[in-house]
Design a protein around this ligand. Sequence first.
Ligand SMILES: NC(=O)C1=CN([C@@H]2O[C@H](COP(=O)(O)OP(=O)(O)OC[C@H]3O[C@@H](n4cnc5c(N)ncnc54)[C@H](O)[C@@H]3O)[C@@H](O)[C@H]2O)C=CC1
Ligand SMILES: O=C([O-])CC(=O)C(=O)O
Length: 259
Amino acid sequence: MNIGIIGTGNIATYLLEQVNENQMVDGRITAVFGRNVETGTRLKERFGMEFYTDLDEFLSAPVDTVVEAVTVDAARLFISQVIERQKDLIVSSIGVFKDFAFLEELTNLAEANGTKLYLPSGAIGGLDVLQSAKALGGLKTVRLTTRKSPESLGMETDREQVLFDGTAFDAIGNFPKNINVALVLAIAGIGMHETKVRIIVDPDVKRNTHTIEAQGDFGKMQLQVENHPMAANPKTSMLAALSILSVLQNKGGALRIGN
Ligand SMILES: NC(=O)C1=CN([C@@H]2O[C@H](COP(=O)(O)OP(=O)(O)OC[C@H]3O[C@@H](n4cnc5c(N)ncnc54)[C@H](O)[C@@H]3O)[C@@H](O)[C@H]2O)C=CC1
Ligand SMILES: O=C([O-])CC(=O)C(=O)O
């Protein structure tokens, strides 16, 4: 598998380390697209892939799977073209699907082009439970409570404070770099206007902590993940990068675990 990455930041660099240096995937990152030539050249020297600042040239390179690792706004500019060029696509910035019509459009495009669109579980879990629970429509409520340190939220404060309490839709609008998890949860479950989200800044926590509570005809679920932030970008949890690595590891295999 030849892998391309859109982005030269924290997740992109982590994947280059794990795939090209540590060979943790049956494949290789052969192409990276970004806007910063200095960073791209540094990555090229270290990891031996090609670097492109032109999306069309990047998509003309012989890659079959592309990982998006930029931002919600930048993802919107690039990812349709990945599918149009018949590459499988793994999206990190799930917040781009706040526009649900765009997700539907991209899914149809993937079907028409015979490609796959992957939304990794990112920094959370429990998506299997939500999807099973709603198989017959019986999933009733889903709530996410996210607790992060001031550093992880890119702010300074010495007191605990609820920063946001509302829907997943409004959460991603207000915190596009911090709550992609709310969107994947909403897409797997009951939708972004029904999924409730609370974001708390807490100077006493070191880990990015996500608690998911769901109820329905199946019963109820409570799941809490306490994620180590990544050193290169404390807004992003290690589990988010690992979930993309896991998609790449599982992609070609015959065995599928979970729904
Ligand atoms: N699904 C999930 O659970 C999670 C998703 N994320 C998301 O994953 C994405 C990547 O995260 P990180 O690598 O940690 O972020 P990062 O901030 O380290 O890297 C993002 C990179 O995108 C580049 N970029 C921004 N706009 C660009 C443009 N127009 N053209 C080209 N490059 C552009 C920046 O220069 C930066 O290098 C972010 O959107 C983040 O919010 C992060 C954590 C969890
Ligand atoms: O990495 C995390 O803990 C969550 C995050 O930033 C996001 O969902 O955007």
